[in-house]
Design a protein around this ligand. Structure first.
Ligand SMILES: Cc1cc2nc3c(=O)[nH]c(=O)nc-3n(C[C@H](O)[C@H](O)[C@H](O)COP(=O)(O)OP(=O)(O)OC[C@H]3O[C@@H](n4cnc5c(N)ncnc54)[C@H](O)[C@@H]3O)c2cc1C
Length: 375
């Protein structure tokens, strides 16, 4: 363990890794502790879609800020991070969804995001494998794809080159008031603690609300060139907002290997990490409605992961009011790969008492206490 770190970070997922790098760049000595290994949690189970989202102004602000940070970093990223500026196409099946395409386009363009409305002909020209006829779609050119475990490893490598230390296979059992107690009895001190424990964050900081939301993914064998963009159904937005029922939505990604990564499902109140055949079947049925050619491809693996979800779908980024030494960087639900870089910038500015790069209020953990006070 670094002689006396300035900052202890619990969790070596992409959020903890990005925070470690940013804090190390600012001259602080960070020590990252993980009970397993880097990207052992949601980071290693995710799709790696870097995507600007517009569910709320606050979500837009953080995803857009973060997406631009990924863009700035692209020339520095090693090839194994597989940064692919493939863009997203939000696919509309009918006129009702085309109206949503128009709305989304106007929203993005008013905020400086390059988008293009594709009519049915244009859509089928750029993505000939889509089932005909689709009504059209919205191309968001600046979105991209990365391979999250390699990105997290790269951030940690950069952090350690600047003096950070990484401690794996060590479970933090308590984390408060400048002290981390490890499961083996070791006690560590630092003036700042950052809880980046993903779906387990509430175990370390009782009082915050983060709960796991299970997701399934399927990956195929290699079929290079079958699709060119990350393709997402517009109905995805509806399913991502459902909090009561299990939901599936068509979301497919071209990987650098030529494989197709097929998503995705969302389930609350499921703790076991086993792949559920009924959910996988629903996902694939949904995907076949958009890409009938999937029928003839081989899927080689199915896995699950748990998104760290908050009640209002925004992450917790900032100081925890009950403990002046503690900050939280958790609860990024299905957008933590995208928003890891923006989160790290906010945390670093807060820890150093510097100006924050975007308004921080929407993400402050204290909002959960206020919400609780108001029932
Ligand atoms: C199926 C699926 C698809 C997704 N797709 C995307 C996508 O396309 N784009 C996107 O932006 N996001 C996506 N996400 C969301 C994204 O993966 C998460 O938001 C992000 O990985 C969260 O990162 P994290 O570092 O906070 O948490 P994690 O990656 O879960 O890391 C937390 C770490 O903390 C460690 N830990 C926990 N408790 C302790 C403890 N007590 N002591 C020590 N260590 C501890 C764990 O071992 C783990 O390594 C997806 C998620 C899933 C499940």
């Amino acid at each position: 363990m670094t002689a006396s770190p300035d900052v202890l970070i619990a969790g070596a997922g992409i959020v903890g890794a990005a925070c470690a790098w940013e804090l190390a760049k600012s001259g602080l000595r960070a020590a990252v502790i993980d009970q397993a290994f880097p990207a052992a949690g949601a980071t290693g189970a995710s799709m790696g879609h870097i995507v600007v989202m517009d569910d709320s102004e606050e979500q837009f602000a953080l995803t857009r800020f973060s997406q631009l940070l990924w863009d700035e970093l692209r020339d520095e990223l090693p090839s194994n991070v597989e940064f692919d500026p493939c863009g997203t196409i939000w696919v509309a099946v009918d006129d009702e969804e085309m109206a949503e395409v128009q709305r989304k386009c106007a929203y993005y363009q008013a905020r400086g995001v390059r988008t293009e409305i594709l009519d049915s002909t244009a859509l089928h020209k750029v993505e000939p494998s889509l089932k005909t006829p689709m009504a059209g779609g919205l191309l968001v050119e600046g979105d991209s794809v990365v391979y999250p475990p390699a990105a997290a490893a790269f951030f940690l490598e950069r952090a350690t080159a600047l003096g950070a230390s990484v401690h794996l296979g060590e479970r933090v059992s308590s984390f408060a008031h400048g002290t981390a107690r490890l499961a083996d009895g070791t006690i560590l001190h630092a003036s700042t603690l950052i809880n980046a424990a993903g779906q387990d964050a509430a175990r370390l900081t009782p009082g915050i609300q983060v709960r796991p939301r299970k997701g399934h993914l399927v990956i195929t064998d290699r079929y290079p060139g079958m699709i060119q963009h990350q393709l997402v159904e517009l109905g995805y937005l509806k399913s991502a907002h459902l909090v009561t029922a299990d939901s599936v939505a068509f979301n497919i990604q071209p990987r650098a290997t030529g494989q197709l990564l097929i998503g995705s499902s969302r389930q609350y109140n499921v703790e076991n990490n086993q792949a559920e055949p009924s959910i996988v079947s629903q996902m694939l049925q949904r995907a076949l409605k958009y890409l009938p050619a999937l029928d003839s491809l081989s899927a080689i693996r199915v896995w699950t992961g748990f998104r760290p979800a908050t009640p209002d779908n925004l992450p917790l980024i900032g100081p925890w009011s009950e403990d002046p030494t503690l900050s939280v960087a958790a609860g990024h639900e299905g957008l933590g790969i995208t928003t890891s870089l923006g989160t790290a910038k906010l945390i670093c500015a807060q820890v150093n008492g510097a100006a924050v790069p975007i308004p921080q209020e929407p993400y402050l953990p204290s909002r959960q206490m206020i919400a609780e006070d108001h029932g």
